[in-house]
Every structure is written in C-alpha cells, then in structure tokens.
Design a protein around this ligand. Structure first.
Ligand SMILES: [Zn+2]
Length: 256
C-alpha cells in the first residue's frame, strides 16, 4: 500500500519485495494490525484472503496424482495458465445465472481435465470383478479420458479441427495480413512446443500460441475470443467421439 502511494511499481517493486516497509509499531491511529506468520499484512484483508485461498486450492489441484500423471514440469512452465483457466470456464463461476448451455460445456471440460469421464480405467477401479482390466475395448490400450476421445482419431482430425478453427477465428480478427498461412504458423508453434491433442483437450494453451495469436490480432480480448472459439469447436468434435465411444462400449458390455 505504501509502495502504491509512493507510486513505485513493478519491476522496481516485484511481488514479495517491498521497497518501503511499514513499521506497524508507528501506526498510532490504528488500534490493531493484521499479521500472518509474523508478517505484517500491508494490503486489504479480503484481497489477501482471496490470494491465499487461490494459492491453496491451486496447490491442492497441482499435487493430486491424477494431475501429476500428465502435468510435468515442462508442460507446467510452457502453459499460459491465465488464459487456460479462463478458457476452462464458459463464464465466471461466481455468476448468479445458471443455464444448461453454460453448465454442460463446463462439466465436460472439467471431466476431461481431471480424467473423470466414466472410462474403462475408472470403471475398473470401482468394479474390478466386473471390468477385469483398464484396456480400451477397441484397441486394447489403457483407456483414460483422453484416450476415450482420441482412440478412433487415427489421422489427427481433432488437432486439425483445432488449428483450422483457430486460424479462421484469428484471420477474421487479424489486424494485418500475415506473411505466411496462419494455420502453418500455429502448427509450427504446437510442434515446437511438443503440444499434443491431450493438452488441447484439457484446454491448456502454451504461452507461445497465445503470443502467436496476439501478434496477429493485436488485442488481448480478441485473442481470448479466438482461442475460445477453437477450444469450443474442438470440444464439439470431442463430444461426438465420446458419444461414439459410449455406443461402442454399450455394445461391448452387451456382448460380454
Ligand atoms: Zn483405444
């Protein structure tokens, strides 16, 4: 707060490093001050509690086994988390209005992100005597949420859908004409980052892709808009694949 008043901002005052420190002992007009682990809290309390809670829940999510299965150090560093979290939600979760069009994509997103679709792996965990193993009924590989969607996708159709949709959405918002084909630019970025379709289905977007879109549309809001369109188009295709997989799974269950 004192740094703000003195108009000292980042990078001279990076987060956690105070140039001006308030000595609470000298605050004679205030009867009490708030401390946390012997640190004087030099900011509004509700803002502090919000940040602390966010950090706590993010740490809990990050350290879960199901998250650690796919989220390695490299992906964690390359991911543009601000954009990715924003894309995970079709609207603010705290919004008072609820609707099926808002609720259903959110549920599907989080089931894919947290590997919660009722796949053979999950069914086997719950009913090992009935399902016997975790293998996909089509190809025999382990069936988790991402595999259930991508199993039949032999020609990387889902990846192409994402890139084409993002290229179209970016092109219609582009501030200037790009020097090369937009879809080729995005393809190169995803290849260089080693970004597979699983990451895109979980709506984790690499920094470099956000930057590539931003470089063309030159507007933060429009960048998010283009990425959201691509993610939503990918989700529509993913839902079709999941539906097909469920139909095949029912046939397999009946044949057993
Ligand atoms: Zn399979």
């Amino acid at each position: 707060m004192a740094d703000n008043l003195a108009k000292i901002s980042e990078p001279l005052n990076p987060c956690g490093r105070r140039i001006i420190e308030v000595n609470p002992v000298n605050l004679y007009q205030i009867g009490w001050t708030v401390t946390w682990k012997n640190y004087h809290i030099d900011q509004p309390i509700n803002k502090f509690i919000k940040i602390m809670n966010k950090a706590k829940w993010q740490a809990k999510w990050r350290t879960q086994n199901r998250t650690n299965k796919w989220l390695n150090k490299s992906i964690a560093e390359k991911t543009d988390w601000k954009t990715s979290w924003s894309l995970a939600h079709p609207s603010r979760i705290t919004k008072a209005m609820t609707s099926k069009t808002n609720h259903r994509p959110r549920v599907f997103n989080f089931k894919v992100l947290n590997d919660k679709l009722p796949t053979k792996s999950r069914l086997y965990q719950r009913l090992p005597e009935t399902y016997m193993d975790e293998s996909c009924v089509i190809c025999g590989r382990k069936e988790d949420s991402i595999h259930a969607i991508t199993c039949a996708d032999n020609n990387n159709t889902l990846l192409k859908t994402f890139i084409t949709s993002l290229a179209q959405a970016t092109s219609s918002r582009a501030a200037k004409k790009p020097t090369q084909k937009i879809s080729v630019i995005f393809e190169k970025v995803l290849t260089s980052e080693n970004w597979d379709i699983g990451n895109l289905l979980r709506r984790t977007i690499p920094h470099k892709l956000t930057k590539a879109v931003q470089g063309l549309v030159e507007n933060t809001h429009k960048t998010l808009e283009a990425l959201r369109i691509a993610c939503d188009t990918l989700q529509e295709k993913a839902k079709i694949s999941w539906k097909e997989r469920c139909e095949n799974f029912i046939l397999w269950e009946r044949s057993m």
